[in-house]
Design a protein around this ligand. Structure first.
Ligand code: ATP
Ligand code: MG
Length: 386
């Protein structure tokens, strides 16, 4: 009898020919997430991955696994030989260790090994009878039980009572790489999370206006990247000072075009970094209509500054829904810390809400765009966040 942890994955099981590749990447990601927790063995058995480690480490391992994309369920379980006696012993042990207020149960058996002589419903019936005998305060409820007793019969038999939800999604590394425009706000960390959940490896770029913005606001963004990296693994973060760009726009262009013009610079800078680093796209936290620069016209004009695909996973989300995710992934408390953002430095009182591309292009003729971009990138700093 061995206590271990099992994980199941949803969507990747459907990916046909790619399945092997997805599974291998997932196991790699699992290994990386828990490598410092005395892992003894990780193996696959018929559609699930099993992890052997010292039992005191289970809570830590489970909490890390919950952040690995591609996992649907995580279960502490007991592995035994494929005999009814051994399954009985494991079932009693599994139920005994669950003390809290359970009155009803249901046994659910899955017999993947069709050579096992007893069929699933029969295994469930027999084990149900044994449990009823052993635990006089428990009753069977097949519709809405307080607890399931799961029995998987494969190469070995596995018995467990818990299914802890993971985030689902796809393993990071199976869907390319993208550069997240990471501000200190609520939205962009959530946007990065959403894309990472679809298997995208994330790098980040942050724009600041030091010394107009403080070092502490820079730290805040690093902290956000740190929280994100619990899900994504290490994040390469680029910090770019755009103060000179903002000063030039402020000096030469219309006040109400400040926001849209600096947005276009942010996109251009990001695209240059992405191209140099071989990344496949950009990610922003934009949500349609949320602020003056995120009108459909504003986004259109912003978008026209680059060729790379720009992913906006929050485009159709209401703020309350974004906040809900931000709280769940634990970026919210950091995001609402009151530090100035580079965009607030030269904030126009009445930003254009329906910019026209031809007007904006005309305004940009007053600036040495290429020079400003190159100069900003020359002084870029790179940090690796873990
Ligand atoms: P957020 O909550 O992510 O800051 P927001 O609602 O404040 O978003 P904006 O300030 O209009 O929206 O920014 C839109 C998007 O542009 C952000 O989600 C982010 O991807 C990018 N962005 C804005 N400011 C910065 C910055 N200083 N550094 C990097 N990216 C930025
Ligand atoms: Mg912002």
């Amino acid at each position: 009898m061995k206590e271990l942890i099992s994980v199941s994955f949803g969507e990747i099981a459907l990916k046909g020919l790619n399945r092997r590749y997805f599974e291998d990447q997932l196991i790699k990601n699992i290994r990386r997430a828990i490598k410092d927790l005395n892992i003894e063995r990780i193996y696959k058995e018929q559609g699930k991955v099993y992890i052997e480690a010292p039992k005191p480490n289970f809570p830590k391992i489970i909490s890390r696994l919950k952040k690995v994309f591609g996992l649907v369920n995580i279960s502490p379980c007991i592995r035994v030989d494929k005999t009814m006696e051994a399954i009985e012993e494991a079932s009693i042990k599994a139920i005994t260790s669950k003390d809290d207020g359970i009155r009803t149960f249901k046994v659910q058996t899955n017999r993947a090994d069709k050579n096992f002589p007893i069929k699933s419903p029969e295994v469930s019936r027999i084990m149900g009878g044994i449990v009823l005998n052993k635990f006089s305060d428990l009753k069977v409820d097949v519709h809405n039980p307080d607890m399931y007793l799961y029995i998987d019969i494969k190469q070995n038999a596995y018995v467990y009572t818990e299914k802890i939800r993971g985030y689902g999604g796809l393993p990071i590394g199976t869907n390319g790489k993208a550069l997240l425009l990471l501000s200190g706000g609520i939205d962009s960390p959530v946007a990065g999370f959403m894309m990472a959940k679809r298997g995208v490896e994330i790098s980040a770029v942050h724009y600041h206006s030091y010394p107009f913005t403080s070092e502490r606001s820079e730290e805040k963004v690093k902290e956000l990247a740190g929280i994100l990296s619990r899900y994504t693994g290490k994040i390469k973060m680029y910090s770019v000072n755009i103060l000179e760009i903002q000063k030039q726009i402020n000096l030469k262009c219309k006040e109400n075009e400040m926001t849209i013009l600096s947005r276009r610079f942010m996109m251009r800078l990001a695209e240059k970094i992405a191209e140099k680093e071989g990344l496949n796209g950009l990610i922003t936290g934009e949500s349609l209509g949320q602020v003056a620069s995120q009108t459909i016209e504003g986004i259109g004009v912003t978008n026209a500054s680059v060729k790379l695909p720009v992913f906006r996973p929050l485009i159709g989300f209401d703020k309350v829904d974004i906040v809900h995710i931000a709280k769940d992934i634990e970026t919210y408390e950091t995001s609402i810390l009151p530090f100035e953002d580079c965009c607030t430095v030269f904030l126009p009182k009445h930003p254009v809400t329906k910019p026209k591309l031809e007007d904006i292009l005309k305004s940009e003729e007053l600036l040495d765009v290429e020079y400003l971009v190159d100069e900003a990138l020359e002084n870029m700093k790179v940090t690796v966040i873990e």
